[in-house]
Ligand binder design. Sequence first.
Ligand code: CP3
Length: 380
Amino acid sequence: MSTVAPVDADAAAVPQPPVVPGLTMTGRARMIAAARREAVDATPVWFMRQAGRCLPEYRALRRRHDFLTVARTPELAAEATLMPVDRFGVDGAVLFADIMLPLDGMGVPFRIEPSVGPVIDAPLRTAADVDALTVADAEEATGYVMDALRLLKGELGERAALLGFSGAPFTLACYLVEGRSSREYPKAKALMYGQPEVWHRLMATLAEVVTRYLRAQIAAGADAVQLFDSWLGLLGPREYAAYVAPYTARIFESLRGSAPTIHFSTGTVSLLDQIAATGPDVVSVDWRLPLDAAWARIDPDARGIQGNLDSSLVLAPWDAVEAGARDVLERAGGRPGHIFNLGHGILPETPPETLTRLVALVHEASRRETSGVDSGVRMA
Ligand code: CP3
């Protein structure tokens, strides 16, 4: 792993991650054990948006196919999913898809525009718009997602855990009502405050769609699933309790016992205890609270934690990245249940070599005994 791959590199030119000596678990076993708060040989690590534009091999794939074609073609989605596993040596392979794909079963056409994100030309504004939504069978409406997972299951083996995901009802509702990315989502929030019955009907429909979609992903081989509630930081505790949390709880409740669940949000320091109470196995947190302080708020005896290096810190020189990563690991203190990640997605300008080095550092610095005498690091 010496040279930086040229921009139009094919897969053969991708540098391999270094082998970290002394690891005894497979990436898949390490990730699943951590999600269940069981002992691991080292802290598992993966990155949100790991299969994106920071990878030259992804950019090469995107020159040949547009984003939704890659996401809706199982062979191409599988290829993109495997890229960061091959290059970085991460323990989690997150399905290459988008949070918007469950909309394929709801009768709402959308596009993904480069540098803009999801766009819906006919956003929902009225009770009739919400009543017209359909709840389809997830295998029928989004069978390409399930086919990609089934393909990946065979390709991945034990190298990495296969992670499925969906947008959460609130974040999907933000896009459905606003029609596109926005700083404040004023139209979505106006519907929430101004037409609460319509809002609740929309959220109930979305909770049902997301539950079916995630259940189908687990049946197709996902080892764990993550619920992305990216825009939750727009709400305060009262609004979250009244308009969102019951639907999130409904989803986690109906997945209980099937596969570990991860809740993702950012900017939600004021909501962490309520998020934990919705029932995910793991809560993903950003960098706005140190990891130990965040873990204390989400009930460390009941929940694992994912995070929380600043996504911008990996743009800095290596010494700063290393110090930040070591600080996160120290705050986790070797307690079972930590999954190392960034606080939000990888930025497109992130140097891939930094991420490869970061995965090796996390594994090496957190390496520990898993058998024999209990080292006492487990939480009471
Ligand atoms: O993590 C991964 O590698 C898996 C794939 C993944 C994508 N989107 C691929 C993608 C995941 C997990 C997502 C989730 C997603 N999509 C979220 C939640 C995560 C977060 O960042 O909070 C959100 C809000 C979206 C909606 C969305 N899709 C946005 C805002 C954008 C970016 C628009 C842009 O061009 O900047 C997309 C498009 C998208 N989704 C890209 C990728 C790799 C870039 C599209 C491209 O290749 O041109």
